[in-house]
Design a protein around this ligand. Structure first.
Ligand code: SDX
Length: 426
C-alpha cells in the first residue's frame, strides 16, 4: 500500500504519493502536482525540496551524522585514504587490493596535463584568483579530451582523468603564479604526496613530503569528498542535466563552490580571524557584529543549512589542527582565536537559538595554513577534495531513470501586460 499525503485545494482532495528513504526520511512526490492542481510549490534556496533520490551520501543534520555509501565519516577519517574514499564514492563500495592498485596506476598515468595548457596559465592576469583559473582550466580539458563517454570504460577513464589532472592543474597554477618552474608528478609518489611535491618542490630547495602532512591532506580531502546535494553539487547536477560533458558540469561546480557562503568560507574564516586579531583580538565585538541584524557580517565557518548541531567534519578537523600544529611545532595565534571564538559563540543565546555551530570550514584553513598552502588556494583545496563527490553525483544523475532536464518554475510578480511605446512617447 503506497503511503500518501492529502492536499485539499479549493475544496478538492488530492492524494500525493510519499517516498520513504532508507533512514525513513519522507518526501511528498509532487511530480504530478501542477498537471493535477495547476499549482506549483515555492521554496527559494530549495531547503525543503528534494531534487533526486541518491545512494551516495547520507546526512542527518539534527544528529550530526555523515556517511559515504553507508560508512561513517569518522571511520573513513581514521582508516581510509582519499583515493580509496574516492573509489568508494564513485563505485559504491570499498576497493579490493587489486582494484585499489589499478586505480592508482590509472591516476598516475593520467596525472600529467597537456603541455599546451601551460600557455593558458601564463596568459591569465597575474592576480587571477586560483578558483577562477581552476574553473576555466577544467572546462578547457574538454578541448584536449573530446572523446564522448559512450562506454563504461571511457566513462571510468574520463572520471579518473579528471580526478588526477585537477590536482596537477592546481599545483601548476600555483607554481606559474609564483614564476617558479613547474614540478611534474612522480610515479613513485601517492596522490597526496604528489600534490604536496608538485606544490613545494624546487630545484634549490628539494621537498620531501612529510608523512604527517600527507596524512593530514588525506584526511582533509576525505572530509570534503561529498556532502549530498550542497550548492556546488546541485550546480554540477543541474548543468549535467542538459546532458553536457562532465568537464563543463564540474567547472560549474567549481564556480559555485567559490562563493564565501559555500566553499569560499574556508578562506573567509582566515580573513575574519586575521581581522579580529588586527582589531586587538576582541572576540566579543565580532560575535556582537555577527548578531547585529543591521550588520551584513556573518561569523564565517559557523552555521549550516543542514547541520543544526556540530558538523561532524569540524570535530575531526579541530582534532587534526591540534595534531598537525603540535607535530610541526607551530603555535598559530589564529587557532587560539578560533578556539576562543567557538567558546564564546557556543555559549551565546543567539547562536544556541539559531543552532549555529562550527562547520567544516571553521578549522580547515588553519590546517591548510600549517601545510603551507596559500590562503587564496584554500577553496581550490576544497574543490580537489569535493571532486569524487561531484563525479559520483554526476554519474548517478546520468544513470538515474527519473533524471530530467532541470528547469524550475516561478511565480511572476512583474508588470501587467502593456504595449510597446515609440521612444518619443516614453
Ligand atoms: C559549506 O550545504 C553544504 O553541505 C555545504 C558544505 C559542503 O560540504 O558542501 O557543508 C560546505 O558551504 C559550509 C558552510 C560554509 N559557509 C559559511 O561558513 C558562511 C557563514 N554561514 C552562513 O552564511 C550560513 O550559516 C549558511 C549560508 C551556511 C547557511 O545559511 P542558511 O541555511 O541559508 O540560513 P540563513 O542564512 O537563512 O540564516 C538563518 C538565521 C538568520 O538569522 P534570522 O534572520 O533567522 O534571525 O541564522 C543566522 C541568519 O542571520 N545565521 C547567522 C550565521 N548563519 C546563519 N548569523 C551569524 N553568523 C552566521 N554564520
Amino acid at each position: 500500500m503506497t503511503e500518501t499525503a492529502k492536499l485539499i485545494i479549493d475544496g478538492k482532495t488530492y492524494e500525493l504519493p510519499v517516498i520513504t528513504g532508507l533512514e525513513n526520511e519522507k518526501a511528498i512526490d509532487i511530480r504530478k502536482l501542477r498537471a493535477e492542481t495547476g499549482y506549483i510549490t515555492y521554496d527559494p534556496g530549495f531547503g525543503n525540496t528534494g531534487s533526486c533520490q541518491s545512494a551516495i551520501t547520507f546526512m542527518d543534520g539534527e544528529n550530526g551524522i555523515l556517511r559515504y555509501r553507508g560508512i561513517p565519516i569518522e571511520q573513513l577519517a581514521e582508516h581510509s585514504t582519499f583515493v580509496e574514499t574516492a573509489y568508494l564514492l564513485i563505485h559504491g563500495s570499498l576497493p579490493t587490493r587489486e582494484e585499489l592498485t589499478n586505480i592508482r596506476v590509472v591516476l598516475n598515468d593520467q596525472s600529467m596535463v597537456h603541455e599546451d595548457m601551460q600557455e593558458f596559465f601564463t596568459n591569465f592576469p597575474s592576480r587571477s584568483h586560483p578558483m577562477n583559473i581552476l574553473s576555466a582550466m577544467v572546462n578547457a580539458l574538454r578541448s584536449f579530451y573530446p572523446e564522448l563517454m559512450t562506454t563504461e570504460e571511457l566513462i571510468e577513464r574520463t572520471m579518473l582523468r579528471l580526478l588526477s589532472k585537477v590536482r596537477t592543474l592546481a599545483a601548476v597554477s600555483y607554481k606559474i603564479s609564483r614564476g617558479h618552474k613547474v614540478v611534474y608528478p612522480r610515479p613513485d609518489y601517492t596522490y597526496c604526496q604528489n600534490f604536496l611535491n608538485m606544490m613545494f618542490d624546487s630545484p634549490v630547495n628539494p621537498y620531501i613530503p612529510d608523512d604527517d602532512l600527507v596524512n593530514a591532506l588525506n584526511l582533509f580531502w576525505i572530509l570534503h569528498a561529498d556532502h549530498e546535494q550542497n550548492c556546488s553539487t546541485a550546480a554540477v547536477r543541474v548543468v549535467g542535466s542538459g546532458r553536457v560533458n562532465i568537464y563543463a558540469s564540474v567547472s560549474a561546480g567549481i564556480a559555485a563552490l567559490w562563493g564565501p557562503l559555500h566553499g569560499g568560507a574556508n578562506q573567509a574564516v582566515i580573513v575574519m580571524l586575521e581581522e579580529i586579531q588586527k582589531n586587538g583580538g576582541d572576540i566579543n565585538k565580532a560575535v556582537a557584529k555577527a548578531k547585529d541584524k543591521n550588520d551584513p557580517f556573518r561569523l564565517m565557518g559557523f552555521g549550516h543549512r543542514v547541520y543544526k548541531t556540530y558538523d561532524p567534519r569540524a570535530k575531526i578537523m579541530k582534532e587534526t589542527c591540534d595534531k598537525v600544529l603540535a607535530k610541526l611545532k607551530i603555535s598559530d595565534p589564529l587557532l587560539d582565536s578560533a578556539r576562543k571564538l567557538e567558546e564564546v559563540a557556543l555559549k551565546d543565546d543567539y547562536f544556541i537559538d539559531h543552532n549555529l555551530y562550527p562547520n567544516v570550514d571553521f578549522y580547515s584553513g588553519i590546517v591548510l595554513k600549517a601545510m603551507g598552502i596559500p590562503t587564496n588556494m584554500f577553496t581550490v583545496m576544497f574543490a580537489i577534495g569535493r571532486l569524487p563527490g561531484w563525479i559520483s553525483q554526476w554519474k548517478e544523475s546520468m544513470d538515474d531513470p527519473h533524471w530530467r532536464l532541470s528547469r524550475p518554475r516561478q511565480i511572476y510578480i512583474g508588470k501587467a501586460k502593456g504595449d510597446y511605446l515609440p521612444i518619443d512617447e516614453r
